[in-house]
Design a protein around this ligand. Structure first.
Ligand SMILES: *Cc1c(COP(=O)(O)O)cnc(C)c1O
Length: 460
């Protein structure tokens, strides 16, 4: 009998094939040799355990498989995906998509050098916050601003700068966990401030804060319960009440508003989201929020408020460790500029565009896509259905926005298998599985992606 191992091509035979010679021109010789060795080792193992079940392919055939394999490994590990889940701020999918203006601004400053810390006016050294400070103050009504890597960093930094070794009073109803490793009590202790809990889970009054104030109190802190609601028999101190107490006792008030709404989201049917402007008007000393939640900008944590506290924060040594780069600043500035005209923001900030899109316009997109999906033999049915999109990203858990979905039922595979195949297609798509069907939510799919959705599914 033939010894199948004797028929295996050598590493050199394979390297001499046209398929792998082409690959060597693209990736290094060493990478190709490593991959060829691994492939041959795997193949020998397969032959040992299952010999007789298959024949040894030719060197050319093997080289083609290896070339395809190397190319598939060559894809960037971080890839753009299409979000059909209906979760608008999907943390796993990178939260808010950026406005075209922000993308262009980021590309412009990263291609070459940029005026990050020099004033074009005077030619002298300036502060990097200048790129966004005026806009942030103009839009929110604040005196001063600082920007850190994300809101977690902004919180840590603010607490460290304002209350190291001192107590910060927080309601027991607001000791949030955001996900990952963000738990307010842990952030507090990492900052060097001491958490002083007051009230109960469902009821905390201003008098609870007042009774806890003493000479070691560094700040009063209000935290927006972004990802849960306490309802029923409840009471909480408003930011206005906390500010009044802070003024009376000479203790600063920190307001972590979380998602950072710059406009009133109740016009999209989403109530309960405090605006930054409201907190400033109420007189909060320091306000914290994310740049990539309801603002729809790049990932960052924004701090606005009274000059005296912002200066303390900016001068803290941790600021340097948590500051943002020129790309973030450029993307944030470009996004904020759109908010100077709300109509323009609604048109150009993808998050706001998604929320303001009408049901009619979602339905007409779905109607254009429907016949092409219905024509595919491997679906039992494709229908247009009404559903609900969620804001996500730790925002407004109990509220949703009506939407239009394409509901797909596969013919011979399970819904999970369909979902897996669509996720692994040329244009990776994430949908939602519900009631034994696969849903693609038109609200979170950008209109420019409709055709790619059809093409990716048609090519399965
Ligand atoms: C999301 C959130 C944070 C954390 O913000 P990141 O930008 O994700 O770091 C902190 N506090 C509140 C209230 C939040 O909603």
């Amino acid at each position: 009998m033939d010894n199948p191992f004797r028929n295996l091509p050598s590493v050199n035979d394979l390297l001499e094939t046209p398929a792998l010679k082409t690959v060597v021109e693209r990736v290094s010789h060493n990478v190709v040799v490593d991959n060829v060795r691994t492939f041959l080792d795997d193949f020998r193992t397969k032959l040992k355990t299952k010999s007789g079940e298959f024949s040894v392919p030719s060197a050319a055939e093997m080289a083609n498989s290896i070339a395809t394999w190397i190319s598939s490994e060559d894809k960037p590990p971080l890839q753009p995906v299409i979000n059909g889940t209906g979760v608008i701020l999907h943390t796993g999918l990178g939260r808010a998509p950026l406005a075209e203006d922000a993308i262009n601004a980021i590309a412009d400053v990263s291609r070459g050098y940029a005026s990050v810390e020099v004033s074009l006016e005077s030619g002298k050294r300036s502060h990097r916050i200048d790129a966004v400070k005026k806009l942030l103050c103009e839009l929110t009504g604040a005196e001063a601003a600082a920007v850190a890597n994300n809101n977690a960093a902004a919180t840590l930094l603010t607490l460290a700068a304002m209350a190291t070794g001192q107590e910060v009073i927080v309601s027991r109803g607001e000791l949030i966990e955001i996900g990952g490793s963000y738990r307010l009590p842990d952030v507090m202790s990492a900052s060097g401030a001491v958490l002083k809990e007051v009230g109960t889970t469902n009821k905390t009054r201003v008098s609870d804060y007042e009774n806890a104030i003493h000479e070691e109190t560094g700040a009063l802190m209000k935290v927006h319960t972004s990802n849960y609601v306490v309802c029923g028999f409840t009471e909480a101190a408003s930011i206005d009440e906390l500010v009044a107490l802070g003024k009376k006792t000479d203790v600063p008030v920190i307001d972590d508003v979380g998602s950072g709404a710059l406009i009133d989201f109740s016009k999209y049917g989403l109530t309960d989201e405090p605006t930054i402007q409201h907190s400033i008007k109420a007189g909060a000393d320091v306000i914290l929020f994310s740049g990539d939640k309801l603002i729809g900008g790049p990932q960052c944590g924004i701090v606005v408020g009274k000059e005296k506290y912002i200066e303390k924060i900016t001068k803290h040594p941790m600021m340097r460790a948590m500051r943002v780069d020129k790309m973030t600043l450029a993307g944030l500035a470009a996004t904020l500029r759109l908010y100077r005209n709300i109509d323009e923001a609604e048109e150009k900030v993808p998050l706001l565009a998604m929320l303001s899109t009408t049901m009619d316009s979602l339905r007409s997109r779905a109607e254009r896509m429907l016949p092409r999906l219905q024509a595919l033999a491997y679906f039992q049915s494709v229908e247009i259905v009404e559903a609900q999109s969620m804001l996500g990203g730790g925002s407004i858990p109990t509220q949703s926005v009506p939407t239009i979905c394409l509901q797909v039922k596969p013919q011979s595979i399970s819904v999970q298998q369909l979902s897996d195949q669509i996720r692994k297609s040329e244009s990776p798509i994430f949908g939602r599985i519900q009631n034994d069907a696969y849903y693609l939510d038109l609200r979170t799919i950008l209109p420019s992606q409709d055709l790619r959705v059809i093409e990716a599914i048609s090519s399965l």
